[in-house]
Design a protein around this ligand. Structure first.
Ligand SMILES: CC(C)(COP(=O)(O)OP(=O)(O)OC[C@H]1O[C@@H](n2cnc3c(N)ncnc32)[C@H](O)[C@@H]1OP(=O)(O)O)[C@@H](O)C(=O)NCCC(=O)NCCS
Length: 181
């Protein structure tokens, strides 16, 4: 699995990604809209899970590498939404798009650039009819990316994330959708 954009290579995970991914996901600022930053062990488990999913179902959030340097700068891609989460979202959407980037590169439009390539792949190569994105309602940077790539907020799709306990401040989520043109 490999996609090229102007500045990014989007590809499957490799063993050499383990340390740089742990550094990105271990950053409390990158993780400020998640329950916690990840330890290297937790980031490694996430990498293992992503590799397994990519092997089993073809896609999962993948690696984003800067073409100019070969450096891993984030994770981005499409993923099949787990049943527990689907059940909490009106309409039970199937596939989401998501992203997390190294904060030293924020503000350069890299996430939308990578996301546009993933949307095109999802609609044209995978034949998906709809892709959604969701995030904590206070995560405005991520919602900006959703808007930039042509997604539309669906207020009827707001939901409480089932993987967080009732009353957790990060539990309220907003939903954005985009359908194949
Ligand atoms: C969301 C994220 C991937 C955006 O990536 P990006 O490549 O910076 O995207 P953009 O350059 O298009 O910037 C998007 C918005 O981020 C915000 N932003 C930009 N630079 C920023 C910075 N240094 N600090 C905080 N926010 C910033 C701006 O609101 C920007 O919108 P604008 O272009 O209208 O000003 C990135 O902020 C990130 O990794 N955040 C932490 C992980 C996360 O929350 N992931 C989403 C979970 S659903």
């Amino acid at each position: 699995m490999r996609l090229e954009t102007e500045r990014l290579t989007l590809r499957s995970w490799e063993e050499r990604d383990r340390a740089p991914l742990a550094s990105i996901l271990g950053d409390p600022e990158v993780r400020r809209f998640y329950p916690s930053a990840l330890t290297p062990e937790q980031a490694g488990a996430q990498l293992d899970f992503a590799m397994e999913r990519q092997a089993a179902v073809g896609v999962h959030f993948g690696a984003a590498e800067l073409r100019s340097t070969g450096r891993l700068v984030g994770l981005i891609g499409l993923a099949w939404i787990p049943d527990e989460t689907r059940d909490a979202i009106p309409g039970r959407p199937a596939v989401e798009i998501g992203w997390q980037f190294d904060k030293s590169l924020w503000g350069q439009g890299l996430a939308p650039e990578g996301a546009r390539a993933w949307l095109e792949h999802g609609f044209d190569a995978l034949g998906l009819s709809e892709i959604v994105a969701f995030t904590f309602r206070g995560n405005l940077p991520s919602q900006r990316v959703m808007t930039k790539i042509g997604m539309t907020r669906d207020p009827a799709g707001d939901f409480e994330h089932p993987r967080l306990p009732p009353g957790h401040p990060l539990r309220p989520h907003v939903l954005y959708r985009i359908s194949r043109a």
